[in-house]
Design a protein around this ligand. Structure first.
Ligand code: ATP
Length: 454
């Protein structure tokens, strides 16, 4: 499915709506609708379960979005978190100069190490035109700050600039000792967080792929330097296993090692997914050395060393970071799950083949005939909805209702008919096979619970 088709599909079925739509929209912001919010919450729940709940050495936090601005000086964001932008003077569109070069050269030339002057020269020498209007009338290249600024202050005129965090991980670095001491944690251990980040991206787009506000699910593992490469390789494996377990197919996933590394990094590897726009980063795994803790020690004046209780050795742990965007992963799952299927009777159905654990609604309760069966169906809804997210639908004919549930990925439909009134039996229809079985009402909860485990 093309990205525009997916956007329409998501709007039609309540997954995702364009942000601020009735005001003409607000570019590259999206609002998750009733169906989408369930899906994204399930994505986050599965991640948390796998990487925090099931790992005795990982501790969760939920840090503030607005942090002391010195943190962004220490992290290097105030000085260097910017991209080289240029404007097309003809159509007024803004582009990243490095992307223009890389796209023009089909990835053969990397602009990563180039100065602005070198990039301008390359663009002029090769007469790279505006991808939007094909004009050749560029502004100079200027650095474009990627952090959103706001201000804080109770006295007018004495406002301080503060920033919306562009990444969540700083909340873990600054709480390293708090977590270590309060949880009596021994290195190696990890701190994990799920939360919003904000980036004033120059070229956002492709639906949920790159937005200016997004959620990150990430963890920072603090370890001894000698263990760091093993930890790095372990997270590569675990990160891949996680997305495969969620249903992304292995032939659409690959590792991509970074050629260019940050000066403090020993290695970095992304997992890429084959989106409809091509192979793109889904998550990153980075070896960050002791850079973050040493910078925060320097800027805060607090020594962030770990004291090993067994050896009495004091040292700054090395950090391995694993980070994945909740929205980007949700997009990948939607791309993967969508299928148009031809049925035996020649008709077509659209199905979202989501893993049951991820499905927005685990079950739909459908009275066969509204006036006869809706009271009993409501009873069943009340029973099931205490256990998992359940939807109720009494509109239209049963075939149309099944189609809608297929389209939003509901793995089971429970139909209430005369048999339910007389003998407490319901029919359960499976989304993928479309097969139906009969069950006693009291057996429905354990039946579904077994199928939705992750
Ligand atoms: P990219 O190269 O795509 O800009 P990045 O290397 O800057 O990503 P990180 O800072 O490592 O990304 O962020 C970790 C993860 O957060 C990414 O792998 C991606 O899943 C997600 N992410 C990053 N930027 C965005 C964005 N603008 N919109 C949605 N998700 C994002």
């Amino acid at each position: 499915m093309k990205m525009e088709e997916l956007v329409n599909y998501c709007k039609q079925y309540g997954f995702v709506f364009p942000g601020s739509e009735i005001y003409g929209g607000f570019a590259n912001t999206w609002d998750f609708g009733p169906v989408g919010v369930e899906l994204k919450n399930n994505v986050k729940k599965c991640w948390w379960k796998r990487f925090v709940q099931e790992d005795s050495k990982t501790y969760g936090v939920d840090a503030a979005i607005l942090m002391n601005p010195k943190i962004w000086a220490a992290s290097g964001h105030i000085d260097s978190f910017s991209d080289p932008k240029m404007d097309c003077k003809k159509c007024k569109q803004r582009f990243r100069a490095d992307n223009l070069i890389e796209e023009y050269s089909k990835g053969v030339v990397s602009a990563e190490g180039m100065t602005n002057e070198e990039m301008m020269k390359y663009i002029n020498d090769n007469h790279i035109v505006c991808p939007n209007c094909h004009g050749f009338n560029w502004s100079d290249i200027r650095q474009f700050k990627l952090m959103f600024e706001t201000s804080r202050g109770t006295v007018e005129g004495e406002k301080d600039t503060v920033y919306l965090r562009p990444e969540t991980c700083q909340g873990e670095y600054v709480n390293f000792l708090n977590v270590q001491r309060s949880m009596r944690a021994k290195v190696p251990f990890a701190i994990a967080q799920i939360g919003k980040s904000f980036r004033n991206e120059i070229t956002p787009g492709n639906f949920l792929f790159r937005t200016i506000e997004f959620e990150q699910m990430e963890l920072q593992k603090f370890c001894k330097d000698a263990q760091a490469m093993d930890v790095f390789n372990d997270y590569k494996k675990r990160a891949l296993q996680f997305v495969e377990d969620l249903g992304l197919s292995s032939d659409k996933l690959r590792f991509h090692d970074h050629d260019k590394l940050a000066h403090y990094a020993k290695c970095a590897c992304d997992i890429q997914y084959q989106f409809p726009i091509g192979w793109e980063e889904l998550n990153g795994i980075h070896h960050r050395g002791t850079w973050d803790l040493s910078r925060h020690s320097e800027y805060s004046g607090e020594k962030l060393e770990y004291l090993d209780p067994d050896t009495n050795e004091k040292y700054l742990p090395t950090i391995i970071e694993y980070s994945i965007g909740a929205d980007r992963l949700t997009l990948a799952l939607l791309c993967e799950g969508y299928q148009k299927e031809k049925l035996a009777d020649g008709s077509e159905r659209e199905v979202m083949h989501l893993l049951p654990a991820l499905a927005p609604y685990k079950v739909a309760v459908l009275p066969l005939i509204k006036k006869n069966h809706s009271a009993k169906a409501m009873e069943v809804f009340n029973l099931l909805s205490k256990n998992f997210s359940t939807t109720y639908d009494e509109t239209a004919n049963i075939g149309k209702r099944y189609r809608r549930e297929d389209a939003i990925g509901t793995p089971f439909c429970v139909t209430i008919d005369d048999n339910t009134l007389t003998s407490n039996m319901v029919t359960i229809r499976d989304r993928d096979t479309m097969e139906q079985i009969s069950l006693r009402i009291e057996d429905v909860v354990p039946y579904i619970e077994e199928k939705i485990k992750f």
